[in-house]
Write a protein that binds this ligand. Structure first.
Ligand SMILES: C[S@@+](CC[C@H](N)C(=O)[O-])C[C@H]1O[C@@H](n2cnc3c(N)ncnc32)[C@H](O)[C@@H]1O
Length: 223
């Protein structure tokens, strides 16, 4: 490949290995191609604050892939407030069996994601250009999602209140956070409870990362 990310391909390969993933070269190339699209469209559409190609590898691609052990085999995953398609598009690229739907309210960002879907031939990825609170489960492919994920979207309480209705029975919300958000956990809406917390190590990224898994509490089922 010849774009801005070409000189960082090795860093992506090393990061993928550090995450314990083994991916075909074709899949790695598609991740790089997505990174190139982000950088290219960012000049016009302001999709992400990151401009440095190396940071696209670490903060976007590898950070998205770090949650794979918990969401990679879920079946149906909805990515809320996905911006430039993160983490949804990298996850859809590396797990063709995962049905990923992305919900993004800003038209130009949703348009970018649709363009990326076409250029990368992502048959397991779809975009809904809407506010998540106005999206009913039947708009997602196959209905309510097994996992509803977000990164840098909102507080945990808002995530539950705005997107909790999209979680299938037995499913969960997956919140990608920086430092452990104890203050946000203290005000989780009734009917939902923290199920798991996983500290994440993202290769090349020197910052705290956590994945929080939130499920309906027994009281939530009774309500
Ligand atoms: C800070 S960005 C994060 C983008 C991406 N998840 C990432 O990590 O790079 C938050 C995104 O949420 C979108 N957003 C905010 N409120 C929303 C809502 N109610 N429904 C859908 N998308 C929303 C914004 O347009 C924005 O693209």
């Amino acid at each position: 490949m010849s774009g801005a990310l070409a000189s960082h391909a090795r860093e992506l390969n090393e990061g993928i290995a550090a995450l314990g993933l083994v991916l075909p070269q074709e899949t790695v190339d598609r991740l790089l191609a997505f990174g190139e699209l982000l950088l290219k469209w960012n000049r016009v559409y302001n999709l992400t604050a990151l401009r440095d190609p190396r940071e696209v590898i670490t903060h976007h691609l590898l950070d998205s892939l770090a949650v794979l052990p918990w969401v990679g085999d879920l079946g149906k995953l909805a990515d809320i407030g996905s911006g430039g398609g993160l983490p949804g598009i990298p996850l859809a690229i590396v797990r063709s069996g995962l049905v990923v739907s992305s919900v993004e309210t800003v038209n130009k960002k949703a348009t970018f994601q649709q363009q990326a879907k076409i250029e990368l031939k992502l048959g397991n990825f779809s975009v809904i250009n809407a506010r998540v609170e106005q999206v009913q489960p039947d708009r997602l492919p196959g209905g309510a999602a097994d996992g509803v994920i977000s990164r840098a979207f909102s507080s945990l309480a808002d995530f539950v209140n705005l997107a909790g209705h999209l979680v299938a029975e037995g499913g969960a919300l997956y919140a990608m956070k920086g430092v452990h958000p104890a203050d946000e956990l203290a005000v989780l809406p009734a009917g939902w409870a923290l199920s798991e917390v996983h500290p994440l190590t993202v290769p090349g990224l020197d910052a705290e990362r956590h994945l929080l898994i939130i499920r309906r509490s027994p009281a939530g089922h009774a309500a």
